[in-house]
Structures are given as structure tokens and as C-alpha cells.
Ligand binder design. Structure first.
Ligand SMILES: *Cc1c(COP(=O)(O)O)cnc(C)c1O
Length: 447
């Protein structure tokens, strides 16, 4: 697939030598319970020894197929040599100076790459942070500073993070918000396009519901930003109907509102293009990025129109660690791998392998209500047969089946009934096929 080996020296196979979790993981889990806050949950308690290509090897020697990429992060693969070598070299040169104190080229180079790769050829500027939530928070700061307005519009089923501001912007109560309020004011939620659940209502119509709500309940002239995920991640891999995003972007432009695309999950080749906004030719004013940006290193970015990004007073943006040099080296490595190896093409190839297999499964199973997503960001929504009623129990059972059988899978969605696939783009075809076979067996056993 690629010239440089990206398997981290790990045999690319699914191989279970103990039950899942095995004894060493089970002992570590007991230590985790004694040392780590119970508030930090775990999806699959196999403790990791190493990972690469399409597999995760645990401390008991089990080799599992990774269909989650650590939540869409290791898009360029785990321990990809482009990332690992750049990180090691940078760690030996210097690990931190604080870009705001004594700067370094890596930060500037990541910003140049973001400005070049994000949609639109207008002049752009970027700033770097540590986490996705921090990038979203800074998008709000920048939009408010530029517009001198306060209201922030977000969407139903939206997810933007776990800090106080971004919790308020996130739709789902459990587990993200419950008991953690009060949340920040001036956040307003409007209808999202959810084709599987919108009946006959198309993208333009739902956008009109949203903009009417903005006009009547907030007043467009009070809105600083409309923030959307071009494909909603934690909300359930919801791909809006054609016309919806375009209509919202047009409304924003007509009303002096900053249009922000949160591409933290959908960006960096995940969707088969560099950014999911490109599928509808949307050119957002601001874009937030994180997750897939740096091959696993903690880094996030805010990129956008130069006039908006430069409206903030000097010193208004930043943070001690934002754009850490080691994380920037990781990002430059990951981006170089993506560019040199047509990562977007690989994401589309993964879609073309997976979607027909998922359709085969759907043909025999009335529990699969919807198959959706783009590139290597795909999902199936599970329902009670003959209805659109969410079937969260089946999603949970199927997830457990996959875990027991050595496939790392994730669920998602407001109703917990969406089974999502986020394989690293370094996943070999034969493991992708095998993961789908395990899923199929899971359906036979659980449905
Ligand atoms: C994961 C995610 C975030 C939050 O990123 P963190 O790095 O976890 O803070 C924000 N927006 C979207 C769309 C995400 O998927």
C-alpha cells in the first residue's frame, strides 16, 4: 500500500491468546480502579502494549483489529514512522520553550499547512492549542471579538467537547453534562438535518427551520457564530441532507455571522477529502481541527479568514503548551504521510470496501436502519425492526461481541444506537474484511 512500512513491526493479524480482557489487563484494571477517578470510563479494558498498521497488541499478547483509531485520532496509523521519527528527533532537540516566549519554526509550519490545506484560497491565519475543546473555545473567542456580538448557535446532536463552554455547546446530557452545570450563557441550539429521522423534509427546509428559529428567538444581528460539524461525530455520524449546510453558510454570510466548521473528527482525510466541508463546497470562515492532525500527539488548530483571526488583540490567544514543538513535529509528520500517500484516496477505498459489505448485512437484517458516513468515517444506525425506534441494546451487545472477538469498535449517537467505524488509514484490506466478518457473526448471534 505504501512505500514506507507503517505496521510498526507488528504482524497484521487478529489473534487471541487469552479471553478478553486477559489476566494482565484484568490486574491492571484493578489497579486502575484503585488509582484513577471512577469518572474516567473505559470502553474496552485491554491495556495496550503496542500498536501499528491496523492492530493493537495488548499486554497479554492479544492482537486486536483497531476499528476506532483512538476516536479518529490515529488516522495516519499508530506509531507511524513519519510521526514517530519526527517526534523523537524533536524531543531530543528541545521539548518546550512556549511559542509565546521564544518561538520555533514547527509551529509556523503547522499553521502554514493548515492555511494551505483547509478549504478556500483567501488569506488565512491559524493558532494552535492542545485539545479539540480548546480550539472550539478559541473559535468562540475569536468570533465574539471580531463581531462584537455574543450569541453562539449550535446544532441538535452537536458535540464540541467537555470544558464548561463546550459542554454547554454539546447536545447530549449523559455522560457529558449531567450534574456539571451551570453552563455558559448565550448558547442556542437549532434543528439539525438528520436525513434518517427527518421524514420527507430536505436539507433546505430544515435549514429554514433553523434560520427562522435564529431570527425569531435570538435575532441574526446578535449572533457571533454558527458552529456546525459537517458530519456530526458523537451525535451519530449524521451526514446532513444536501443543501442544509449551504443554506446555513449563506444565512451566516448574509447576516455578518462567523460560520465555523468543527472538523475535529471529520478532518484530515477521514471523510475521503481533507475536510468534510469540501463535499458541499462549503468554505467556512473558521475551521477547528484536532484528532487526526498529529498522529496521536495532542494538538489542535483554529484556522480561518485572516481578517477574523487577526481581529484579536495581541496576547488574547494562546496558552502555555499550545502548539508544543513535539506535537507540531508529529503533525508535520502525519500531514507529510497523508500528502505523500494519498490518504484521502485510501479513505475512499475503505468506504468502497466497507459499504457494500454493510449493505449485504442490511439486506438480511431489518435491524440496520441506516448506513451512512463518508470515507473511513462510516456508521450503521440500529433500530427495532420495521421502525425507526433506536435499538441501543443491540448496539451495546454487538459492541461487546466485537470486543470479545478481538475487534476494537465504538458506538456513538444521541440514542447510543449507532455503530461507528473509524479505522486507521493504514489498515490493510484483509483486516478490514475480517473485522466486517466478525461484525456479521455478531449480528447473527445478537440480533
Ligand atoms: C472530539 C471532538 C471535540 C473535542 O475534542 P477534545 O480533543 O476531546 O477536546 C470537539 N468537536 C468534535 C466534533 C469532536 O469530535
Amino acid at each position: 500500500m505504501t512505500a514506507v512500512s507503517v505496521d510498526n513491526g507488528i504482524s497484521q493479524q487478529r489473534r487471541l491468546v487469552t479471553s478478553i480482557p486477559g489476566p494482565v489487563s484484568t490486574a491492571l484494571l484493578a489497579r486502575k480502579d484503585g488509582a484513577v477517578s471512577a469518572g474516567v470510563g473505559i470502553t474496552l479494558p485491554v491495556f495496550v502494549d503496542k500498536a501499528g498498521g491496523g492492530v493493537i497488541v495488548d499486554v497479554d499478547g492479544n492482537s486486536l483489529i483497531d476499528m476506532g483509531s483512538g476516536i479518529a485520532v490515529t488516522t495516519a496509523g499508530n506509531a507511524n514512522p513519519y510521526v514517530a521519527d519526527a517526534v523523537a528527533a524533536q524531543a531530543h532537540a528541545f521539548t518546550h520553550t512556549c511559542f509565546m516566549v521564544t518561538p520555533y519554526a514547527g509551529y509556523v509550519e503547522v499553521c502554514e499547512a493548515l492555511n494551505r490545506l483547509t478549504p478556500g484560497d483567501h488569506p488565512k491565519r491559524s493558532a494552535l492549542f492542545n485539545s479539540g475543546a480548546e480550539a472550539v473555545e478559541n473559535a468562540v473567542k475569536v468570533a465574539r471579538s471580531f463581531t462584537r456580538r455574543q450569541a453562539i448557535v449550535v446544532l441538535e446532536h452537536g458535540y464540541h467537547g467537555r470544558t464548561n463552554l463546550t459542554m454547554g455547546m454539546t447536545a447530549k446530557n449523559m455522560p457529558y453534562k449531567n450534574g456539571f452545570g451551570p453552563f455558559a450563557p448565550e448558547i442556542y441550539r437549532v434543528p439539525t438535518s438528520y436525513p434518517f429521522r427527518d421524514g420527507p423534509h430536505g436539507g433546505k427546509e430544515v435549514a429554514l427551520w433553523a434560520t427562522t428559529r435564529i431570527e425569531k428567538e435570538i435575532g441574526g444581528h446578535n449572533v457571533a457564530a454558527i458552529i456546525v460539524e459537517p458530519i456530526q461525530g458523537e451525535g451519530g455520524f449524521i451526514v446532513p441532507a444536501p443543501g442544509y449546510l449551504t443554506a446555513l453558510a449563506e444565512y451566516a454570510a448574509a447576516n455578518g455571522i462567523v460560520f465555523v466548521a468543527d472538523e475535529i473528527q471529520s478532518g484530515f482525510c477521514r471523510s475521503g477529502d481533507w475536510f468534510a466541508s469540501e463535499h458541499e463546497n462549503i468554505v467556512p470562515d473558521l475551521i477547528t481541527t484536532a484528532k487526526g492532525i498529529a498522529g496521536g500527539m495532542p494538538l489542535s488548530g483554529l484556522t480561518g479568514r485572516a481578517d477574523i483571526m487577526d481581529a484579536v488583540h495581541a496576547g488574547g490567544l494562546g496558552g502555555t503548551y499550545g502548539g508544543n514543538p513535539v506535537a507540531c513535529a508529529g503533525a508535520l509528520g502525519a500531514i507529510r504521510w497523508m500528502e505523500e500517500n494519498d490518504a484521502c484516496g485510501r479513505a475512499r477505498a475503505i468506504e468502497s470496501i466497507m459499504v457494500p459489505r454493510l449493505r449485504d448485512i442490511q439486506a438480511n437484517l431489518p435491524h440496520v436502519g441506516d448506513i451512512r458516513g463518508r470515507g473511513a468515517m462510516l456508521a450503521i444506525e440500529l433500530v427495532e425492526p420495521g421502525t425507526t425506534n433506536p435499538n441501543g441494546t443491540l448496539a451495546a451487545d454487538l459492541n461487546k461481541f466485537c470486543h470479545r472477538n478481538g475487534v476494537v469498535t465504538l458506538t456513538t449517537g444521541t440514542y447510543g444506537n449507532v455503530f461507528r467505524f473509524l479505522p486507521p488509514l493504514t489498515m490493510p484490506d484483509h483486516l478490514l474484511e475480517e473485522a466486517l466478518s466478525v461484525l456479521q457473526q455478531g449480528f447473527e448471534e445478537c440480533a
